[in-house]
Write a protein that binds this ligand. Structure first.
Ligand SMILES: [Mn+2]
Length: 422
């Protein structure tokens, strides 16, 4: 379905008086100038978060999947869903494709649909963690790190093909996540597996256009449970450094061992100019892929506080990488985007000069006061104002439900329609 701008404007007119009161009251409680707010609104409205093509359907676990109906059946319908999100919140102007789940067959047609929706193509993602029906060699024991040259060459060729698909639709980056690793001690020679992976990545890197980036994702475990080849940011940074300036590390919030100080990892990678992008999600235990901000909103805020130390000088790929098992995927994605924007806005409110002074003075109490003052500020009126100014909905979720978007999608596509993906 196509969300009519006029319909959004009509709904905004109804919600405007309440919003105006909340926005005025919000500003009156803060000490910032109009210039500050204008800059803040400009920064926040520029924030575009890519929706992965595989997150528009109901996710499953290894135990089961409970689809809610009306899922997009092809790439055109996936783009339409992203278009609905973007029309509602103004922050979903990008899609990240997964190959081979979403191969853009007719690229001109796909590009045209995306352009009409105001959606661009973010990083493309390769897949060597599954065997496809038509492939010669199995990835059961690895892909880019495999002991057999023939398997590695197949995986390299796949990644190069993904870059070619990306070039055709206007992407500028490829994200490589490897499931390669070992389930048992002694199964894999750590050093040789790493060296083979570097060699494979170099061949993929050599296929990158000049204005492209390669984002190297890391993950400590799963599906391999003893070790993975690129297990943490150290290995990712090592690979990215050896590969060259177009290779950068990608941080997936769920890809850390419990209690890892992710904001510090972010700081280190940024300091080295090697942070390339983010996969947002939240977790209680492991790579739970829950709605962003649903478990640890403070951590998300602290990450954005570190990002503000340098994100203006480099372009980062922002993507949601979550799985929606029990929620309507579109509603879940709206909640995730809102959580990201809340964390970003709260970080912008931190008086960083005062914070640096308190740090230099070793005024530990004041350091905490300064950051928590921002974290405890309800910035939702500010985010509504940002959406209002770009013509998106003041209340995206309310409008989504009022328009009965999911029911319309079920009517159009069927209750049994299933999206490709996990
Ligand atoms: Mn990820």
């Amino acid at each position: 379905m196509n969300l009519n701008k006029q319909r959004v404007a009509e709904e905004n007119a109804l919600a405007l008086p309440t919003h105006q009161d909340q926005w005025d009251s919000f500003r009156s409680l803060q000490s910032y100038s109009d210039t500050f707010w204008d800059r803040c609104i400009q920064q926040l409205s520029a924030m575009q978060i890519a929706i992965p093509s595989w997150a528009l359907g109901t996710g499953g676990t290894r135990f089961g999947r409970f689809p809610g109906g009306g899922e997009p059946r092809n790439l055109e319908e996936k783009l339409a869903d992203v278009g609905v999100l973007h029309a509602l919140n103004g922050h979903c102007g990008a899609i990240s494709l997964h190959i081979p789940w979403d191969i853009p067959e007719n690229t001109n047609h796909i590009r045209q649909i995306a352009e009409e929706l105001g959606v661009t193509f973010d990083a493309v993602n390769s897949n060597t963690f599954q065997d496809q029906a038509d492939q010669t060699h199995s990835y059961k024991f690895g892909s880019l790190s495999h002991t057999d040259t023939a398997v590695r060459e197949q995986a390299i060729a796949h990644n190069q093909e993904v870059i070619d698909y990306g070039k055709a639709i206007g992407s500028k980056a490829i994200t490589v996540w490897l499931s390669d690793g070992a389930n048992f001690p002694g199964q894999q020679h750590f050093r040789r597996a790493f060296e083979r992976t570097l060699d494979s990545l170099q061949k993929i890197y050599g296929h990158l256009p000049d204005d492209w980036q390669m984002l190297v994702e890391y993950k400590p475990y799963e599906p391999n449970f003893y070790s993975t080849v690129i297990q943490d940011w150290g290995s990712s940074l090592l690979l990215a450094s050896k590969l060259g300036s177009k290779a950068l590390s990608l941080v997936d919030l769920g890809h850390h061992l419990p209690n890892t100080n992710i904001e510090q990892v972010v700081s280190r990678l940024m300091m080295e100019g090697k942070l390339g992008g983010f996969h947002f999600n939240d977790s209680k235990y492991g790579d739970d892929d829950l709605t962003v901000g649903s478990i640890k909103p403070y951590q998300l805020f602290l990450i954005f506080l570190e990002l503000l130390e340098g994100m203006e000088n480099q372009s980062l790929a922002w993507m949601i990488d979550a799985s929606h098992n029990v929620k309507d995927p579109l509603e879940d994605l709206m909640q995730s985007v809102e959580a990201i924007l809340i964390a970003y806005a709260q970080a912008l409110l931190v008086d960083r000069e005062a914070l640096y002074q308190a740090q230099d003075d070793n005024d530990v109490v004041m350091c905490q006061e300064i950051i928590q003052h921002a974290f405890r500020t309800d910035v939702r009126p500010l985010l509504a104002e940002v959406r209002y100014r770009v013509g998106a909905a003041l209340r995206p979720l309310v409008l989504y439900r009022k328009l009965q978007v999911r029911q319309t999608l079920i009517n159009d596509r069927g209750a049994e329609a299933l999206a490709t993906g996990l």
